[in-house]
Write a protein that binds this ligand. Structure first.
Ligand code: NDP
Length: 631
């Protein structure tokens, strides 16, 4: 970008020096083994996925049943699917969930301080139908679970649910046009339709560090919090740790939320950091009941559409949510829009391409070059906005943390959306406490575990307990992550189908897997408000199943042509994020720094709002286009 000394003085930082610093910090962290640095939570490690929240084990005989729709997953996706199906009059449903209750990710992630960083008025779905008023702008784990229970009661889901039940296999039976679902309780369920809503961040991962099986103290993963050991609950008060020395491995979005509570409860807390998170202001507020109860009908959809429009660069005139997320995206896309050429210029470029073939070629070429320059320039402008934002984040560490070397360690040197941005008003402050030590591994990570503790840079930190805040598997095989096999026509498995890249129609259907609906962001609309995309998946699924019933049809499968065309659309629309991803510090967003960009393995690049409009139009046409239908 060649910024002069004067520009740097005006900006308060040198963009070239920062870019170089980001590169150095990223290079330090790239590990040749990529995703293989983590061990699978199976075999000796399977205790890490045991359910610590079971109030009482359910005892029941194996079930042999036939239903219209089987739904795998009792999180928001599964619940929304059931709710919309019921609203469409399809009530013969079974919902299979491995936890002891509803909630999915919120069932498992009830660590102290667990909270959703997306505003509750957009995050919690169906608020207008349930009449529920979230207590705060950002809801916490307890309230979210309460709300899941309310949804389950509102839509009568308890009667349809098989809890504490793990699906082992779903297999298509062409002769009978049914899915056979088998479970770890020897259930045999026959279903005409199946919905796979198993959650994208569902399988915990552990670092494959030397000696991980050697430590003799207590250990657990944040998504299976051991309150019997720590005391307290998701709101904190960890009153059994006062005489304990505790280690937390990891400083991602989860650690940021639980570390302040651990610091208050533990005798001594060591936070082992490989890469710091960006910590912006949270500023949670109680809900004004007068405001929420006087909103005009349709307010929630308008609000979440406004939020996601801002997040994906769709121009909107107002910002209804007004928080750290929208501010960041307003800044970034605001910069981008400053760069847009005037409309008359675009029209001229296009017109230039309409005359002679030569002019057409030159005009088009010029058009493409100019557009590319616009893009390049805009990208640089966005980078500048990002530098500015991250400088503020780093300055916040300086202003909050008293020890300047600790403050320096807590500063993230990468672009804001390389990792999940965090918003917290107590995390940085925690490092001013006498009982808390930040162990900055300077990008290398923990070296080894011993019988007594954790080793970094040759020094052993003796602890009683190690808590893994090391996240979840992303990018591994579909069946490994969801924990069951999906076997379609002629014995084809989803793992085989997608081994060289995703292929779906609308992200929901896959050729070879009739009568099944896959919920998730790939080749579909990706939203920061994950429940918004799940709601749209559920609306689409309920519409299709209802239509099949109305039309007397029993088999639906994406046509080859439709699937091929959709994959082409996804590839064409894929956002040019490869360079950005490559420049990022490693993490699950960029396959641990080993970017293997396959454009079809991404979200619908036109953004979620455009994707939802395509689905709406498709439904309005009423032709079920792209689907092969049989009576
Ligand atoms: P992450 O994958 O984001 O973080 C894992 C952490 O473990 C990172 O800090 C990572 O370091 C660290 N780590 C891994 N291996 C080692 C090692 N060998 N030594 C030291 N540290 C190590 O998982 P989280 O559970 O924090 O978050 C997962 C996702 O869950 C988030 O991205 C977000 O999408 C979601 N979430 C959402 C919340 C919300 O408010 N809605 C709250 C919490 C989570 P490094 O960064 O160097 O890889």
């Amino acid at each position: 970008m060649n910024v002069s000394a004067t520009d740097s003085a005006v900006l308060g930082f040198d963009p070239d020096a920062l870019r170089e610093k980001y590169r150095i910090e990223r290079d330090k962290r790239i590990r040749p083994e990529g995703n293989d640095q983590y061990v699978e939570v199976s075999g000796d490690f399977s205790r890490y996925v045991d359910d610590p929240y079971v109030a009482g084990a359910i005892s029941r005989e194996p079930l042999v049943a036939e239903v219209e729709v089987a739904i795998v997953g009792g999180g928001f996706g599964g619940m929304l699917a059931a709710a919309h199906l019921k609203k469409a009059g399809i009530t013969d449903i079974i919902l299979i969930e491995k936890g002891s209750g509803f909630g999915g990710t919120w069932y498992w992630n009830r660590y102290p301080g667990a909270s959703c960083d997306i505003e509750s008025y957009v995050y919690l779905p169906l608020l207008e139908e349930t009449g529920f008023v979230p207590r705060q702008k950002y809801t916490d784990a307890r309230e979210t679970l309460e709300y899941c229970e309310l949804l389950a009661n509102t839509y009568g889901l308890h009667d349809d649910a098989l809890l504490q039940t793990q699906v082992l296999e779903t297999r298509w039976d062409e002769k009978n046009r049914r899915w056979w679902v088998t479970t770890d309780r020897s259930d045999k369920i026959k279903a005409r339709f199946i919905v796979h809503s198993n959650g994208p961040l569902n399988r915990p991962k552990l670092p494959g560090i030397e000696g991980i099986d050697r430590f003799l103290g207590h250990t657990f993963h944040t998504s299976r919090w051991d309150y019997a050991y720590t005391g307290g609950d998701s709101s904190g008060n960890l009153n059994r740790l006062a005489d304990k020395r505790v280690a937390v491995i990891g400083t991602g979005a989860t650690a940021v939320q639980c570390v302040p509570h651990l610091a208050k409860g533990a005798g001594r807390l060591f936070v082992f950091q490989r890469t710091p998170s960006s910590i912006d202001v949270r500023n949670n507020q109680p809900t004004d009941p007068d405001w929420i109860t006087t909103q005009a009908p349709g307010w929630q959809d308008r609000r979440r559409t406004n939020f996601e429009s801002l997040m994906s660069g769709v121009p909107v005139t107002e910002d209804l949510v007004g928080d750290g997320w929208t501010e960041a995206f307003r800044d970034l896309f605001g910069r981008l829009r400053e760069q847009a050429p005037p409309k008359w210029r675009l029209a001229l470029w296009a017109a230039q391409g309409l005359f002679s073939p030569r002019r057409r070629e030159r005009g088009l070429k010029q058009y493409l070059i100019d557009r590319a320059m616009v893009y390049m320039d805009a990208a640089k402008k966005m980078e500048l906005a990002d530098f500015e934002k991250m400088e503020k984040i780093r300055a916040r560490a300086d202003s909050v943390v008293q020890d300047q070397s600790v403050a320096e360690s807590l500063k993230p040197y990468y672009r804001q959306f390389c990792k999940r941005p965090c918003f917290h008003d107590e995390y940085l402050q925690t490092f001013n406490r006498d009982n808390v030590t930040l162990v900055d591994t300077e990008g290398r990570g923990v070296e080894a575990f011993t019988e007594k503790g954790v080793v970094v840079a040759g020094r052993e930190y003796e602890v009683d307990c190690i808590i893994f805040a090391t996240g979840f598997e992303v990018g591994t095989d579909y069946s490994r992550r969801c924990g069951y096999a999906v076997v379609g026509v002629d014995g084809l498995t989803v793992s085989e189908k997608w081994q060289d890249g995703m292929a779906t129609f609308h992200g929901l259907h896959a050729r070879g897997f009739p009568n099944s609906f896959f919920f998730g962001p790939i080749q579909s609309g990706f939203t920061a408000t994950f429940t918004f995309a799940l709601d749209e998946n559920a609306i689409q699924t309920a519409y299709i199943i209802e239509q099949l019933k109305v039309r007397g049809l029993t088999r639906v499968e994406a046509s080859n042509a439709a699937e091929k065309k959709w994959v082409e659309t996804v590839v064409k629309k894929a956002r040019l994020t490869e360079d950005f991803q490559k420049s990022c510090t490693p993490g699950y967003y960029n396959n641990e720094g080993h970017v293997q960009f396959k454009p079809q393995n991404t979200f619908y690049g036109g953004g979620p709002i455009e994707f939802f409009q395509i689905m709406k139009k498709w439904r309005a046409q009423g032709k079920l286009e792209g689907l092969e239908l049989k009576a």
